[in-house]
Design a protein around this ligand. Structure first.
Ligand code: NAP
Length: 403
């Protein structure tokens, strides 16, 4: 991409970007792009100590040794752009401080949703807008799996297909358990709210517990299931979570199909802006890396932004105080009075039911409930009591509803 777009970049910035060095593990590996002789190296010092290197793209992945390398480069006065979400989410505080001390830029657009320019939009275009809520489908693998399940596939089949098509790794844990999405949401919340959120602070649930019955219930209720990141800033308190959510069919996130990503930003002046596009892939990620390289060479020193987006320390919202409408699935024995009993427990916790679908099968009933908006703590309290009924056969399943 740097070679192909060299002229356009030079026209725009007055600089021709040349790859001087590329650090790899294996010099003999067959590569789709053959760099000129002397470019590839396995020695990090060749990159750090080369005075002709003006800016470095870190696209190696992993927290170690990548983090150490980035710190050394920054200290050596070399600006860095990174595609590494785990590194930026986990070690951002230290990395941004190092960059600012050294007076150079550290940019990270490609670390969240690849080609979708969400960091730039949040940091630059929406700087004067109080963005207080972010809804994101930020993991293409899980969105692909859920889209396939919507069309009748089981979780196992959908995962196998995602692996065949290269959307899912051989070990899909980070994607399906929500780890990848949590790192991305931590970065987005940090940038949007100006207060550091780390991945460990993101309440995270993946998609592995979802069954075809949940997907079918969603369809019956006029909804689809998506793995959604939800970041909320309310009265100076922050909440960030990643979990399967029931999304109303008319909602823009319900239309995000297959391996696509979308991020919806809600703020005072803008009301709502949705950015959608390919959130992964080599060339897509490269486009964001190159855009950051261009931004670095186009703005000298630390540019016009502070490296660290954080300027305050917000409290974490108590998770029980987090409000949403909720979907609940209950498997119960088909006995008279179960429904009334469950409804009375919900009412005792001041939670009211908006919709109810009941299905009977072989002496068992399944109840799908949509609850009106309530603090999560009240819903959790009511469900703990309901789960203890002898007629309730399985642990209740609960997910937020996005309308
Ligand atoms: N691919 C995507 O869709 C995507 C999307 C968004 C963000 N990202 C991020 O982009 C980064 C790179 O992903 P990728 O898919 O391009 O990975 P990749 O194909 O594995 O490429 C990593 C490159 O870094 C080199 N490398 C890795 N560890 C090294 C070490 N210890 N010392 C020297 N060189 C090392 C590898 O060298 P060899 O070639 O010799 O093995 C390889 O060239 C990751 O942080 C990833 O999270 C990727």
């Amino acid at each position: 991409m740097l070679a192909e777009s060299g002229e356009e970049i030079e026209r725009a910035t007055g600089h021709r970007l040349r790859v001087v060095r590329a650090l790899v593990r294996d010099l003999d590996k067959e590569r789709s792009f053959a760099p000129p002789d002397g470019v590839l190296t396995t020695d990090f010092a060749d990159v750090r100590d080369d005075p002709s290197v003006d800016v470095v793209a870190e696209v190696m992945g992993g927290v170690t040794p990548a983090g150490g390398y980035v710190r050394e480069l920054l200290r050596a006065g070399k600006p860095v752009v990174s595609a590494n979400k785990q590194l930026v989410a986990r070690e951002g505080a230290e990395l941004f401080a190092t960059a600012s001390e050294a007076g150079v830029q550290l940019r990270f657009e490609a670390s969240v949703c690849a080609a979708i320019p969400v960091v730039k939009v949040l940091r630059e275009s929406l700087i004067a807008t109080n963005v207080h809520r972010i809804l994101g489908i930020v993991n293409g693998t899980t969105n692909f799996i859920l889209s396939r399940m919507e069309r009748g596939a089981t979780y196992a089949h959908a995962l196998a297909e995602a692996q065949e098509l290269g959307y899912a790794e051989a070990d899909p844990t980070d994607d399906v358990e929500g780890v990848d999405a949590a790192a991305k949401m931590a970065i987005l919340a940090t940038v949007a709210f100006g207060s550091r959120v780390t991945p460990d602070e993101v309440e995270t649930r993946g998609i592995t517990e979802l069954t075809p019955a949940h997907i079918a219930a969603a369809a019956e209720l006029g909804m689809v299931v998506r793995l959604v990141g939800i970041a909320t800033l309310e009265r100076e308190e922050v909440d960030v979570r990643v979990q399967p959510a029931f999304v109303e069919r008319s909602h823009p996130l319900a239309a995000v199909d297959g391996a696509f990503n979308a991020v919806m930003l809600q703020g005072d002046a803008i009301r709502e802006i949705t950015l959608e596009g390919p959130g992964a892939g080599g060339i897509e990620t490269a486009s964001a890396v190159v855009a950051d390289l261009v931004s670095v060479v186009g703005t000298a020193g630390t540019g016009f932004l502070q490296n660290d987006a954080c300027w305050r320390e917000l409290r974490r919202l108590d998770t029980d105080a987090w409000r949403s409408s909720f979907y609940v699935h209950l498997d119960v024995a088909d006995r008279p009075g179960v429904l009334a009993h469950a409804a009375s427990r919900l009412a005792a916790h001041e939670v009211s039911v908006a919709q109810l679908v009941q299905r009977l099968e072989d002496g068992r009933a399944s109840l799908d409930l949509v609850l009106h908006e309530a603090p999560f703590g009240r819903v959790r309290g009511a469900l703990a009591e309901i789960a203890a009924f002898p007629e309730v056969l399985d642990r209740p399943f609960v997910a937020p509803v996005i309308a």
